[in-house]
Ligand binder design. Structure first.
Ligand SMILES: Cc1cc2nc3c(=O)[nH]c(=O)nc-3n(C[C@H](O)[C@H](O)[C@H](O)COP(=O)(O)O)c2cc1C
Ligand SMILES: C=C(O[C@@H]1CC(C(=O)O)=C[C@@H](OP(=O)(O)O)[C@H]1O)C(=O)O
Length: 391
C-alpha cells in the first residue's frame, strides 16, 4: 500500500491517492468527516479553521461505498481558495513588485518554517511558493487517508487512539493501565484531547496568555494501539523494522521534532533489570509480558503488548510578534513575515500522528498477508493469530 498527496494550502483542493487497499472494505464517509472536523476544532487554532469546513469527496476506487481494490482518490476542497484567487493564479515571480498582489509576496522568511531553505533550494524569490506546500494543510489528507486505514484496522480488531500529554510546560499525567476505550471515553475531541479534565482551564489560560503575547506553544502527544498481531515488522533488514517506519511517518508530520517508544528517552537512566519486560506464558493466551517499558516493540517487531508511541511537537513558527530575519530582496535585517497562524496544534497533532501510525500499520499488514480481498485478509490474520497463540 502506498499513498501520495498533492495540493497547495490556498489552491483549489487537496488531493490524495491511496493504492493497495483490499477490495470489499465498506467505507464510512461520515467517520472520515468526523475525523476531519476533529482535526480542525481545538483550542489554540487560528482563523483559517473558521473558513474551512473540511469534507472528503471520494472520487475513485469505491462503488456503492465499497472498495474495489483499485486506487482510491480523495479530495478535500480549500474553501479559502476563493479568497486567494488572484494571488494563486498569478506567480509574483513573473509580475515582480508594485503590481496588484505585491503585498502578498513573501520575502522575509520565518525562522522555523521552510521559507528560507525552500526558497534557496528551489530558487524561489517569492517564498509563498514554498509556504503553500510546506503548510500543514497537507495533514487534512493524512487524516482522510488515515481514517480509511483505521476502518480497515477495525475490521482486523485493531484499535488505536492519539491524545495530548503536554501543552507548553503543562504535563498531563498518563496512565499505563488505561485501554484505548478508556482514553476515548475521557478525551474531548472538540477541545484538547487530554485525559485529565482538571487541567483544561489551566491549559486554556496558558494558550490565551500566549496568544496575547503574540507567541506560540508546542507539546507532546501519545498514541496507543491495541491488539496488534505479534511479529508485525521485521528484524532481518533495518528498513523493514516497524519502529523505523513509524518513526519516519511521525517525523513526516509538520512540526514534529522527536519520536520515542514506550518509556522512550527516560529509559536511559535505568538498569536493564528495571526496564526489560519479563516474559510469561499462559496456556490460554500464550506468551505475554509483565510490563511494557519497551512500548510493544522488540527487534523492530510488535511483541503483542500495546504499542506506545510518543511524539514531541515544536511551537508554531509563525509569531504575531515576529522574530528577526533577513529580507531576501534587500538582505537587510527585518521582521519575519506575519501570516495568519495557529497558536498551538497539539490536539490536532495527536489525531494526525494517530492517523499516520494507522497508515503505516496498514501498510505493514498488507505486505505481510495476502491482501487483495478483505474477507481473505481477515481469515489470514485470524489464522496467523491462532498459530501465534499455539507457538
Ligand atoms: C496541524 C498543524 C497546523 C500548523 N499550523 C501552523 C501555522 O498556522 N503556522 C505555522 O507557522 N506553522 C504551522 N504548523 C507547523 C508548520 O507547518 C511547520 O513547522 C513547517 O512546515 C516546518 O516544518 P517542520 O516544523 O516539520 O520542520 C502547523 C503544523 C501542524 C501539524
Ligand atoms: C490550513 C491549515 O493549517 C495551516 C497550516 C499552516 C502552516 O504553515 O503549516 C499555516 C496556516 O495557514 P493559513 O495562513 O492559511 O491560515 C494554518 O492555517 C489546516 O490545518 O487546515
Amino acid at each position: 500500500m502506498e499513498y501520495m498527496t498533492a495540493g497547495e494550502s490556498h489552491g483549489e483542493q487537496m488531493t490524495g491517492i491511496i493504492m493497495g487497499i483490499p477490495a470489499g472494505l465498506e467505507i464510512d464517509v461520515d467517520k472520515i468527516n468526523l475525523a476531519l472536523s476533529i482535526r480542525q476544532n481545538s483550542y489554540g487554532r487560528g482563523k483559517r479553521q473558521k473558513i474551512e469546513n473540511d469534507e472528503v469527496r471520494i472520487v475513485s476506487g469505491i462503488r456503492g461505498g465499497i472498495t474495489l481494490g483499485s486506487p482510491i482518490s480523495v479530495v478535500v476542497e480549500n474553501k479559502d481558495h476563493k479568497n486567494w484567487l488572484g494571488i494563486m493564479e498569478t506567480n509574483s515571480e513573473n509580475i515582480r513588485y508594485g503590481e496588484r498582489y505585491a503585498s502578498k509576496v513573501v520575502t522575509c522568511p520565518r525562522p522555523g518554517h521552510a521559507d528560507l531553505v525552500g526558497g534557496m533550494k528551489y530558487g524561489h524569490r517569492d517564498l509563498r511558493n514554498v509556504l503553500e506546500r510546506s503548510s500543514a494543510r497537507e495533514t487534512v489528507l493524512k487524516v482522510a487517508i488515515g481514517s480509511i486505514c483505521e476502518q480497515l484496522l477495525r475490521e482486523l480488531k485493531i484499535d488505536l487512539i492519539g491524545y495530548v500529554t503536554q501543552v507548553g510546560n503543562i504535563k498531563i499525567k498518563t496512565s499505563e493501565k488505561m485501554s484505548v476505550g478508556d482514553i476515548r471515553e475521557r478525551i474531548n475531541d472538540n477541545d484538547l484531547r487530554i485525559i485529565d479534565k482538571s487541567k483544561i482551564s489551566e491549559i486554556h489560560k496558558l494558550i490565551t496568555q500566549t496568544k496575547r503575547k503574540g507567541d506560540t506553544l508546542g507539546g507532546k502527544v501519545r498514541v496507543l494501539v491495541e491488539n496488534l498481531p505479534v511479529g508485525l515488522g521485521n528484524y532481518t533488514s533495518w528498513e523493514k523494522k516497524l519502529d523505523v517506519r513509524l518513526a519516519g511517518a511521525v517525523m513526516g508530520v509538520n512540526a514534529i521534532k522527536g519520536v520515542s517508544f514506550g518509556d522512550g528517552f527516560d529509559i536511559v537512566g535505568h538498569f536493564g533489570s528495571e526496564v526489560m519486560d519479563e516474559i510469561t506464558y499462559k496456556p490460554s493466551g500464550g506468551y505475554t509480558r509483565k510490563t511494557n517499558h519497551l512500548g510493544g516493540i522488540e527487534g523492530g517487531m510488535t511483541n503483542g503488548m500495546p504499542l506506545i508511541v510518543d511524539a514531541a511537537l515544536k511551537p508554531i513558527p509563525t509569531l504575531r510578534k515576529p522574530l528577526e530575519t533577513i529580507d531576501i530582496e534587500t538582505r537587510k535585517r527585518a521582521k519575519a513575515s506575519i501570516e495568519r497562524a495557529d497558536i498551538t496544534v497539539v490536539a490536532p497533532a495527536s489525531l494526525i500522528v494517530e492517523n499516520v501510525i494507522a497508515i503505516e500499520l496498514v501498510r505493514t499488514i498488507l505486505e505481510t498477508f495476502e491482501s487483495s480481498n478483505l474477507s481473505r485478509l481477515k481469515v489470514e490474520v485470524e489464522n496467523y493469530r491462532n498459530y501465534i497463540s499455539r507457538y
